[in-house]
Ligand binder design. Structure first.
Ligand SMILES: [Zn+2]
Length: 272
């Protein structure tokens, strides 16, 4: 059913979302020789306090490429303005074409109840592209897929309409330092825009080592929270002893709109 090596495609709204939410798992796939593509559906050209437009978009594109190099994956940034992504037919076709070109076994994106409109509409667009990728007369000049890939969602902390379900949870402890190296590439986000937006720009350390520790403290907390919140899922996957020792995790929720993988197929998709 799946390609060998596997082909994984993730759509984040901004040029750091995939890194935060699936970076560790991407490194694990990549190290086993599987092909991972991250797509940012917007170019990140507004989220900053002192720069914007073309220079910021180009800077974020370069940061994403450095992060991709560290992970051993491909990274594509769509030239759509930050904050202006809409769930239009044109954008649905654009995503249909990308999914068909990559021909992935698994597609991961935001849930459509995420907090940011770009996240929500990315989730909506991918949801709308699921199944559509198999219809020959939609975007007819890009060969359609014969079967629907597996679709899934990144983890999030939103409770309504229902909390995220960790259908697959992954121990990323072995690659956590490399994941932090990926986040460290996004200087304009983790050391400029996000601390500014959170009112702690004055706390950002200067030297490299302290910066990485700072990113781990603030953003690594997500993967530690996830491991703690879904400890039962870790136990089910890894057994009691291993699961209790896991500090950092990533997880995905399988969508009802794509292919429905068996337990055996999930083991093939997540071979670690
Ligand atoms: Zn985002």
């Amino acid at each position: 059913m799946f390609h060998d090596p596997l082909r994984i495609l993730a759509f984040g709204a901004h040029p750091d979302d995939c890194d935060i939410l699936l970076g560790g798992t991407a490194i694990l796939w990549s190290r086993l020789g599987h092909q991972v593509t991250f797509v940012s559906t917007t170019n990140g050209d507004t989220g900053h306090y002192s720069m914007g437009g073309g220079p910021l978009a180009r800077r974020r594109q370069a940061e994403a490429q450095r992060s991709a190099q560290i992970a051993g994956i491909a990274y594509r940034v769509l030239d759509i303005h930050n904050g202006q992504l809409l769930p239009t037919l044109e954008n649905r076709w654009r995503l249909v074409e990308i999914i068909r070109e990559v021909d992935p076994d698994l597609v991961v994106t935001h849930r459509p109840n995420d907090y940011h409109p770009d996240h929500r509409y990315t989730g909506q667009l991918v949801q709308d592209a699921a199944y559509t990728v198999t219809i020959p007369n939609v975007a007819a000049l890009t060969p359609h897929l014969m079967t629907n890939p597996v679709f899934a969602s990144f983890s999030d902390r939103f409770q309504r309409p229902y909390p995220f379900q960790a259908d697959v949870i992954i121990d990323i402890d072995s690659v956590m330092p490399t994941k932090l190296d990926m986040l460290h590439c996004h200087t304009s986000q983790f050391y400029e825009w996000l601390p500014y937006n959170q009112g702690r720009l004055d706390q950002v350390p200067e030297d490299e080592h302290a910066r990485k520790a700072w990113v781990n403290e603030l953003w690594g907390a997500r993967s530690r929270d996830l491991a703690d919140t879904h400890r039962d899922a870790l136990v089910a996957r890894y057994g009691e002893e291993h699961a209790r020792a896991v500090r950092n995790a990533e997880a995905i929720e399988i969508s009802e709109y794509g292919a429905q993988p068996s337990a055996q197929e999930l083991a093939t998709l997540f071979p670690f």
